[in-house]
Structure formats: C-alpha cells, structure tokens
Ligand binder design. Structure first.
Ligand code: RAM
Length: 549
C-alpha cells in the first residue's frame, strides 16, 4: 500500500468512525419533543399543602418479644411536663407525633435561670417505627448509604433560639439526646413538624357497612399514598424519595380510585419521557433536584413496560387523549424492548435479557424469573395494543396481536406442568408465586388453570414466596383475574391487616408475616415503612367493592 492509499484508507476510517459516533450520539427523540415533555412536567408541578403538626406525648420505647421487631411505644408523660423540665434531666426521651408525617422539624430552646454562655449539641433520631429508635445504627451493616438513616446532630450556638432541621424527614417518633451539655439549665419546647404533601382532596368515605378491618386497611393505604404524593409520586418519603416507574404504576392506580389528582400522574409521565435515555428507553428512576435528571442507564425491564400500562390506566381514568397522544412515541418505543429479545418460537430470550437489563419482579435473591419475564412481556404487548386502539394508533403496532398469541402458546407449551398444575421454568424448576402470577396476568393460564396453580402454591413445599408488598399486589390481582374473590379478600386482609396488627400507621416496603426483620438492604432500619407500592389495597377495595367491601 503506497502513501496515497494509506491516507485514503485512514480518511475513510475516520469518516466511518465519526458516522458511527454521530449515530451513537443521536437521540431517539427530537429536542423539541424533549423540551415539550419537560415543560409539561414542570407545568404540572403541584403545590405542596403544608400543615403544622404538634407532638402528642412522650413515649417509652419498651422491649417486647411480641411487638413488631421486638419494640413497642408505651404512652408516657405529657408534652407540657417535658417542655417545662430541664432538658439535661430528660436526654434520651422519645416524643410521639401520633401519626406518620413527612416534613420539616422545628424546636425552640430557652434558658431557665442563668445567662447561657456556651453552645449545646443534640442528636435527634427520627423513626417511622419504634425499633428505629432502639436499634443502634453503628457499626452500620447495611447495603445502602448510612446517610439515609434519620439521625441528625444539631449544634445550637445561641440560647434562646428556634431551629429547623433542613433535611425533610419522614417519621412518627423523635428521640432527643443531649450529647454536649452546657453548664446552665435550659429547656426544649414548641416542637412541631411542617408536614407536606401534594394531596389536597378528600376521597369518598367507604360505606359505614364496610367491616372495621377493611376500613382500617383503606385508611392506612390512603395515608401511605398521601405521604408518598409529593412533587412526584415518591417511592417512600424516607427513602428513596424519588420517582420509580413501578411505584408510579401502583400509586397512580390507587390515586385513580381515591384522591383523583391526575395532574401528578401527568407530571410523572411527562418527566419520565423527557428524561428517557438517548436510545428511547425509559430510565427506571429519575430525580427532581437540583434539576430533573435520570438515574442514567438504570434500565429495569418490567418498569419500562409498565409505563405503557400506566398511560393506559391514566387514559381510562381521565379520557385525556391529548396527553396520551403526546406520549405515544415513548410508549411505542418501549415495545422494541420486548421485540429485540423475542425469538421466532415465541419465547423471550431470557438469558440475554438478564445480561442486558435489571429484571426485578420482587426483592428476592433466589427468585428464578424466566416465567415471569415471559408473562410481563405478553402483558405489556396486550395492554399496549389496547392503548393503541383507544387512540387510533393500532396500525402502528399491528404486529402485537399475532405476537401475543404466539408468545402465549409458547409459554403454555414450555412452562405448564400439567401433572402438577403449575408453571415452571425451562432451565430451573423452582415453583414461585411470581411465575404463577404472571402466567395468570398475561392470560397464558386459563381461569381454571390459574385457580389450580394458585391453590397448589399453598400446599406445595419449597415455594419461592413474595418478599414485598410489590409482588403481593400482583398476587391479589391474579386472584381477582381468575375469580378467586373470597381468597383475594382473605389474602388482602391477612397480609395488610397483619401489618396493622403489628402497629402500622402506613404500609411497609418489605413485609414477611413470619420475619419482622426482613430487609432487602441487610439492615431493617433502612427499610422504608411508608412505601408507595404498599398502598394498593386502596385500589382493590375501591375498584372492586363487591369483592373487598
Ligand atoms: C427500591 C425502592 C423502589 C423500587 C426499587 C426497585 O430501591 O424501594 O420502591 O421501585 O427498589
């Protein structure tokens, strides 16, 4: 090769490289689309409603084997007495605000007699449940940042003063420890919390004839949802305080049957669209501050698909075609996620999906997800096709009905163990709730097969059970879908009613009736005890009164 040929070759390579780069850097959506979506998201930012909340009384956090996580709060003396007495004599006291709140904590300090001449230092610990006040946080064994835990050191430089802790907190209880005491006597008083939520409507009350336990479950679900409804649907006001698609799906569904604040759903749908990856796929979670941005490349398989179902539910609830048409390009693009792994025989390429995506379904490390993955893919296709029909776009996704049929047949052929009446994977024979649930929700199982499979779960050994209320939601839905009304109500009452029996003011992120200290993060105080995906009894109770009321 002579010099000229070499130069031509090099130039060619450079041109190809830059073409490749340009292609890579190309955005699936136009700048105009993104701008519009983010502007819309901004326009629908709700105003927060602020309420000043005062503590009710002092409590003693008492060890009790029978209590949830081994600790209970026992009513103690009055706030009046606490406010009057020197704080030095009361270090370690726990104050009870009487209910779960999300907001900003303020307190005042004042001298008793002598002139204050030195600073004081406190440690405040905020807890959603009693055990958070009694379990040492250090040495910290957990998987997520220790800073999520709500203990704050506050140095008060001058007395008297009124101080607000800058961090937004989610709590019912506050422990106050004086960790550096000055020589003079002083008091703490006027504690309050400026509680915030974007909920501004009051949902219809349930008929008086509804049983007390269902009333309680509904009320606790509403509280959970209210606390999570901030300027987005947060997953939990303690942690992670942000929008996740899977949580949005369930929250918006509960909102559709209660507060009916559709603008918040709109905001979230637009925000996620505006912050989608350049390849057009949605990021599973996004942040609002300091300015809206995604958790880049956080690709969670089912969450991207559930966006479409959320959009469909939103349309059914509101009839707002304009928003849905605006966001249709995003929904349509998510379908390519399934298409790229769909094989000729109608089966999803499970191994390849797992390599390239976060496949979730539940916090359960041993869960084998092949069957559920096929199920959710079918479900997403079917629901998206319904959505397309509702906005006159079915021609754009004309492949879906054929694919759904093929995928269903393949699933039935490959996963259904006729002898046992259960669905199991091709490479791993684990029997899980998730597998049966998603074969029912996707319509792979007939109603009779679904009923048989769900019933068999309760009498089969070594079943992989749900680890969170997230999967439990789909469990209840699958029972409703195959006509197990009585069992669905029973399961709802046992599961969410179980949390209430253990003292829940709001429903929890993780719950196993037999294991109070279950945690996806290796440290149960890190769990969120007011968690979005746990609010869905509100949806079931209100959508299906004949089953649940
Ligand atoms: C946790 C959060 C959130 C959930 C994700 C998958 O970090 O609890 O609710 O959607 O997991």
């Amino acid at each position: 090769m002579n010099k000229k040929q070499r130069t031509i070759r090099l130039n060619l390579a450079l041109i190809l490289f830059s073409m490749g780069m340009a292609l890579y850097a190309q955005d699936f959506y136009t700048a105009g689309e993104r701008r519009h979506w983010l502007e819309k998201a901004h326009e629908y930012t709700p105003k927060l409603v602020e309420t000043d909340m005062k503590p009710m009384n002092i409590v003693d956090i008492v060890k009790d084997q029978q209590a949830f996580q081994g600790w209970k709060a026992v009513r103690g003396s009055s706030m009046e007495l606490f406010y009057k007495s020197p704080i030095k004599e009361q270090s370690g006291v726990v104050v009870d605000f009487g209910e779960h709140m999300t907001g900003y904590f303020t307190f005042s300090v004042a001298p008793l007699q002598t002139t204050p001449d030195a600073p004081a230092r406190f440690k405040f610990t905020f807890g959603e449940v009693p055990a958070e006040l009694a379990t040492p946080f250090d040495p910290y064994p957990g998987g997520l940042s220790r800073a999520w835990l709500q203990d704050e050191i506050v140095t008060v430089m001058t007395v008297p003063d009124t101080i607000t802790i800058p961090r937004r907190l989610a709590f019912r209880y506050v422990k106050i420890e004086l960790i550096a005491a000055p020589n003079y006597e002083f008091t703490i008083s006027d504690m309050k919390c400026k509680a915030v939520t974007s909920v501004s409507t009051i949902p219809e009350s349930l008929p008086a004839t509804v049983s007390p336990i269902i009333q309680k479950i509904d009320k606790t679900g509403l509280n959970t949802l209210k606390e999570c409804m901030q300027t987005v649907y947060e997953d939990g006001p303690k942690r992670d305080q942000r929008l996740w698609i899977g949580d949005l799906y369930l929250e918006s569904m509960a909102n559709n049957y209660s507060y009916k604040q559709y603008n918040l759903t709109q905001r979230c749908l637009y925000l996620l669209a505006g912050l989608a990856d350049e390849n057009g796929y949605l990021n599973a979670t996004v942040f609002e501050r300091p300015q809206p941005h995604p958790q880049a490349k956080q690709f969670l398989f089912e969450y991207a698909l559930l966006y479409n179902v959320t959009l469909k539910d939103y349309l059914v609830a509101t009839g707002d075609q304009e928003t849905v048409l605006d966001l249709w390009p995003v929904a349509k693009r998510q379908l390519d996620i399934v298409r790229q792994y769909l094989q000729k025989d109608g089966m999803m390429d499970f191994e390849r999906v797992c390599k390239e995506w976060w496949v979730f379904f539940d916090w359960k490390s041993d869960l084998y997800k092949e069957v559920a993955l096929q199920g959710v893919s079918i479900y997403a296709f079917a629901e998206s096709y319904e959505l397309a029909k509702m906005i006159g776009k079915e021609k754009e996704v004309a492949d879906l009905p054929v694919s759904v049929k093929r995928m269903k047949q393949a699933a039935h052929k490959n996963f259904y163990d006729k002898k046992r009446g259960l669905f199991v994977g091709t490479k791993n024979k684990q029997i899980s709730y998730a597998s049966q649930i998603w074969m029912i929700l996707s319509g792979v199982a007939s109603k009779a097969e679904g009923r048989q499979a769900l019933s068999a779960l309760t009498s089969t050994a070594d079943v992989c059970r749900p680890g969170t209320p997230y999967l439990y939601h789909y469990y209840i839905q699958s029972m409703v879908d195959c006509g197990m009304d009585k069992e669905a109500k029973e399961a709802l009452v046992n599961f969410w009613g179980g949390m209430i029996e253990k003292g829940a003011d709001t429903f929890w992120e993780a719950y196993d009736p037999d294991n109070d200290i279950i945690s996806p993060y290796n440290f149960y105080p890190m769990n969120s005890y007011c968690h979005a995906w746990s609010c869905t009894p509100v949806y079931f109770i209100r959508k299906h009164p004949s089953i649940f009321q």
